[in-house]
Design a protein. Structure first.
Length: 96
């Protein structure tokens, strides 16, 4: 999560698709129109924040320094997978 006012795309123009989240509010998902990779999400319920997909970060930053604070939507995790990140808080849905 980063402040929306400080976030910008530095190259290209992402495509987007909208869906209604569990909150009943709009979620806009941005992705690369060439390869389909998810880049970031803007949530109507969090108008001042942008949810950046870690895999979209450049300069090796996608590893997040090995630190993940929380995993969301663990209720949807397939049975054969366990928590991905030791010590990360487990939330069944976004916002707990």
């Amino acid at each position: 999560m980063v402040p929306r006012a400080s976030f910008r795309v530095t190259k290209g123009t992402p495509k987007a698709w909208d869906t209604v989240g569990d909150s009943g509010k709009l979620n806009r998902h941005f992705f690369c129109g060439r390869c389909g990779s998810g880049l970031y999400t803007e949530l109507e319920m969090m108008p001042d924040q942008t949810c950046v997909k870690a895999g979209a970060l450049d300069g090796g930053a996608a590893g997040l320094g090995g630190r993940v604070d929380v995993e969301f939507y663990t209720k949807d995790r397939v049975a054969y997978l366990g928590p991905c990140c030791e010590g990360a808080r487990q939330e069944s849905a976004f916002g707990g």
